[in-house]
Design a protein around this ligand. Structure first.
Ligand code: ADP
Length: 252
């Protein structure tokens, strides 16, 4: 198991009092799995992602990555932000090399590997262009390559497509899914979009209202070989979608 979370609990102390965000979260993920966290707004999804990234400290329980306890931020864990956060004054090549430069790993071999990623995902001819010259989808792909460039063991994605309109979102999520699969990347994504979770994941963890516990786990691995768009036409898609919708108990 690449991630093992055992009875994770976290309560925020604030001026207004205590907020119990996570009560008893236990889950694990295997190498190469793509999983999603869904749950009611404010239930603790980002808190859990922050704890895995080493940005939030648990009160009790543990988070192990490759058997080693997470005690703070680490290069083993990559975080893909909601917005692409590309630097407009830097070229695409310089943007995707940034993480390696920060870690003083800008070696000729690493640069070659990153250029190969740009080539593989159709961005090589834009290497010397600026982010403003790319479409929304290409920018997102570029941000993904920058995160993958440092070869994280786990990639955490916090609502990665929320800044995109619906049509672009469908195309970009399929694109990012294909990249993650091809690279065999282990990834955990927070999303409020049930369809996105069911179409992209091997398993979906449904969290309860705050304080969060894992309410149910949906196994989508039988659909693993389908693309997100193909999955949306599969009968199992609707079964899981409807079940998750009921479990979330959303009142409109
Ligand atoms: P989600 O990502 O599921 O919407 P969050 O993990 O962001 O939920 O937040 C869970 C709960 O913890 C919310 O009630 C939120 O207001 C509270 N919270 C988040 N961060 C802090 C903080 N730094 N201090 C106090 N309360 C916080």
């Amino acid at each position: 198991m690449i991630i093992q979370i055992r009875s994770a609990a976290l309560t925020y102390q604030s001026a207004d009092g205590e907020v119990e965000a996570l009560r008893d979260i236990s889950l694990h993920m295997a190498e190469g799995e793509l999983c999603s966290l869904v749950g009611p707004s404010g239930c603790g999804k980002s808190t859990l992602l922050g704890a895995i990234a080493g940005l939030e400290k648990l009160d009790s329980g543990s988070i192990l990555v490759d058997g080693q306890e997470v005690c703070g931020p680490s290069p083993r864990i990559g975080l893909m932000p909601q917005r692409d956060q590309l630097f407009e004054w830097k070229t695409i090549e310089d943007n995707v090399m940034l993480g390696l430069q920060v870690r003083r790993q800008d070696t000729p071999e690493n640069r070659q590997r990153v250029m190969e990623l740009l080539r593989r995902y159709g961005l090589a001819e834009f290497a010397h262009k600026r982010p403003g010259q790319l479409s929304g989808g290409m920018r997102q792909r570029c941000a993904m390559i920058r995160t993958l460039a440092v070869e994280p063991r786990i990639l955490l994605l916090d609502e990665p497509f929320s800044a995109l309109d619906y049509q672009t979102r469908l195309a970009v999520s399929a694109d990012i899914h294909a990249i993650l699969r091809r690279e065999g990347q282990t990834a955990l994504m927070v999303t409020h979009d049930i369809a996105e979770a069911v179409s992209m994941s091997d398993r979906v963890f449904v969290l309860s209202r705050r304080p969060a516990v894992v309410k149910t786990v949906h196994d989508l691995s039988p659909l693993r070989d389908l693309t997100p768009l193909q999955r949306r036409d599969h009968p199992s898609f609707h079964i899981h979608f409807n079940a998750i919708w009921k479990e979330l108990d959303i009142h409109v």
